[in-house]
Design a protein around this ligand. Structure first.
Ligand SMILES: Nc1ncnc2c1ncn2[C@@H]1O[C@H](COP(=O)(O)OP(=O)(O)O)[C@@H](O)[C@H]1O
Ligand SMILES: [Mg+2]
Length: 318
């Protein structure tokens, strides 16, 4: 098959995407496909895709644009099938605030939160800081809602200057921020694969040696560990599996995704976010879980492509 791997681009997660894209490209070559790598350049992307005319695009773009529905829209207009979620699920899950509103409506547990625009915050900073502390307590997590790789995420332990600085930093990325209750408990990620009948791959417990699972812990070998299966009771594991499947389905995800949880007090699973284009380097979480399920990296890549080409489930403008 002719497969174009879309990677890189201008997002804040460019470097990670280049790594995912390179790993996927190598796997495609190993599988015998006619593959090329395309570093997303907004000026030349249409021409490059027209020239190569791929049977399918492997979307390895993390962040915006690429994980947000924009590139999916372009590919649909060009009539090119692509891996992963469609426009709506991508646009929904890129935004942590919208995702949480959606989960709440469906009765899926997600930590308490507040969201605020830059304009609202500027009007009365102290009042909003007070509201955050009164509703969510301390520590509290401040997030830029559409970033990834822990960019724009701050764990705040003290009111006053520390909280103000975190909010100002989050607002450097976009014009709104969210504040979320800090949950104490193990961090678990649920890789999900499939279209209409999604399957949860083995869950992974993430242990970070930097205090929290920040950019450094995610991408520096040795700074975090993946524990499969998580050290949790069977009943909690099965709750996480079921919540992951539900969240994937109601968000309308396709192909694959990774759903991040924190299990408050080791008992109460809460979803913190859904990643529609999770990391795909050979040592990333989803490939690790797939390996534990007996699917090596090239087999995983092929499976994701097969799901994109499944005529039953690939629908334009879905
Ligand atoms: N509510 C929370 N309570 C405790 N830790 C959190 C919370 N939200 C995020 N974190 C920590 O911050 C990390 C990044 O947050 P997340 O919402 O997953 O954003 P990203 O898209 O950057 O991965 C998580 O992996 C976790 O370690
Ligand atoms: Mg995350």
């Amino acid at each position: 098959m002719k497969i174009a791997v879309l990677m890189g681009g201008p997002s804040s997660e460019r470097e990670v995407s280049l790594k995912s894209g390179t790993a996927v490209y190598k796997a495609l070559i190993e599988l015998g496909h006619d593959a090329i790598q395309i570093d997303l350049d907004l000026k030349t992307i249409v021409e490059k895709l027209k020239d190569f005319s791929p049977d399918v695009v492997f979307n390895a773009l993390h962040g915006k644009p690429g994980e947000d529905g924009s590139v999916q829209g372009l590919l649909e207009l060009m009539g090119i099938p692509y891996t992963g979620s469609g426009i709506l699920a991508s646009a929904l899950t890129i935004d942590k605030i919208v995702t949480k509103e959606f989960l709440k409506q469906a009765g899926i547990p997600t930590p308490e939160f507040l969201s605020c625009t830059a304009a609202q915050y500027k009007k009365d900073k102290e009042k909003i800081q007070k509201q955050i502390i009164n509703k969510l307590g301390l520590p509290v997590v401040i997030k830029a809602p559409t970033q990834g790789s822990t960019i724009g995420v701050y764990i705040v332990r003290q009111a006053g200057e520390e909280l103000a600085a975190a909010i100002e930093n989050a607002l450097k990325y976009e014009s709104r921020f969210m504040a979320e209750a800090y949950l104490d408990g193990p961090e678990i990620t649920a890789p999900v694969i499939g279209n209409d009948q999604p399957q949860v791959l083995p869950l992974i417990e993430i242990v970070s040696h930097t205090g929290f699972y920040d950019y450094e812990a995610k991408y520096t070998p040795g700074l975090s560990e993946h524990i499969i299966p998580p050290r949790l009771p069977e009943v909690v594991i099965s709750q996480i599996n079921s919540l992951a499947r539900q969240a994937y389905t109601i968000a309308g995800c396709r192909g694959f995704a990774r759903i991040d949880f924190i299990v408050a007090q080791g008992q109460y699973p809460n979803i913190i976010e859904i990643n529609s284009v999770p990391g795909m380097t050979a040592t990333s979480l989803v490939p690790d879980a797939a390996r534990a399920a007996g699917l090596d990296f090239p087999a995983l890549v092929q499976k994701i492509i097969d799901l994109a080409l499944n005529p039953e489930t690939f629908t334009f403008f879905s």
